[in-house]
Ligand binder design. Structure first.
Ligand code: ADE
Ligand code: ZN
Length: 334
């Protein structure tokens, strides 16, 4: 099954580019940019990746971003991730970036987006990997900062498909960003949001109603509200689930307790994604394998995760049909 999963065509919909910063690249960039980091070795970095909840991870994640300063750094970070996509047979990826994690440190918005975008274009040309870019607002910052970030994004509208919401969920309700999301929608952006990762099922309902999101990032706490699960299944509202992340951040104690397979069987449009793979121990194939190892599944169910991701993606209907064909061809020959 490992070979089948490795070669299965995949689509990733929940990936923070800053969360792909591998310790080796962190050290290289720290040296290149002369930025001090509180680690003496790669082993020390890995030992620090021992999280007890979302916040304990975010503290380390934002610290890691300090080494990213120049356009070339954002290019190198993104290119390294795209090479990993090639290994895992990811055909299409929708990438989050956190501009405020950089502009807060004095790095220019344009530097960030241009470096990322250049790597995405190169991957399309040279690796055959298509992509979309999603700009996230940090929910621990205020509404004014989000409006300012949206303003900076307007001249790059052609490079950004959607806006999202990430960082500390508990204590930072969707309502805080209702007006900035309304403005983003007016400007033509689609909307997504992290909800129901650590926070309750009611956060999912609130994000759907107030932020008009078309898919939910994580959303696994929906299982606390059976009526919501029925609505998600009936309306095919997608969840971008990140199995290894959920274990590392103690959303579930063990993969055997993860609800992704049970949601799939209830008809919810669940997808498998890697979130912050450099921190959580694996990219796409690793996430598929972790779910497969903990839950007995038919081959057709494993394939359904990719079909769901194609359905939930922001590509055109024509592209969706083409990608479904790629998956069907693979399955018929495997
Ligand atoms: N930023 C990066 N990864 C995140 C996650 N899993 N939840 C919220 N914000 C994040
Ligand atoms: Zn995330």
């Amino acid at each position: 099954m490992k070979a089948f999963i490795q070669s299965l065509p995949k689509v990733e919909l929940h990936l923070h580019i800053e969360g792909t910063l591998e310790p080796e690249l962190m050290f290289d960039l720290a040296k290149r940019n002369n930025v001090p980091i509180p680690f003496n070795s790669i082993d020390e970095v890995k030992a620090a990746y021992n999280f007890h909840n979302l916040q304990s991870f975010l503290d380390i994640y934002f610290q890691g971003t300090d080494v990213l300063i120049k356009e070339q750094d954002f290019f190198d970070l993104t290119w390294a991730y795209l090479l990993r996509c090639k290994e895992d047979n990811v055909h299409h990826t929708e990438v989050f970036f956190d501009p405020q994690a950089h502009t807060e440190r004095g790095v220019n918005f344009d530097t960030v987006i241009n470096g990322i975008h250049e790597a995405l274009v190169k991957a399309n040309n040279e690796l055959g990997i298509s992509s979309k870019l999603i700009m996230c607002f940090l929910r621990h910052l205020d509404e004014e900062a989000a409006f300012h970030t949206l303003e900076s994004a307007l001249k790059h509208k052609d490079k950004i498909i959607a806006v999202g919401l990430d960082s500390t969920e508990v204590g930072n309700p969707a309502s805080k960003f209702e007006r900035v999301f309304a403005q983003a929608i007016e400007q033509g952006f689609l909307t997504v949001a992290h909800a129901g990762e650590e926070g309750s099922a009611s956060n999912i309902v609130e994000a759907l109603n107030l932020l008009k999101i078309t898919r939910i990032d994580h959303g696994v706490r929906c299982s606390d509200d059976e009526i919501l699960v029925e609505q998600l299944a009936k309306d095919r509202i997608p969840l971008t689930v990140c199995p290894l992340s959920n274990i590392k951040l103690k959303v579930f104690e063990q993969m055997e307790q993860h609800n992704i397979v049970s949601l799939l069987r209830k008809g919810v449009c669940v997808t498998i994604n890697s979130d912050d793979p450099a921190y959580f121990g694996g990219y796409m194939t690793d996430n598929f394998m972790a779910v497969h190892n903990a839950h007995s599944m038919e081959k057709s169910e494993i394939v359904q995760f990719t079909l769901n991701a194609i359905e939930a993606s922001f590509i055109s209907n024509y592209e969706k049909k083409r990608l479904r064909g790629v998956v069907e061809d693979y399955v018929s020959l495997a």
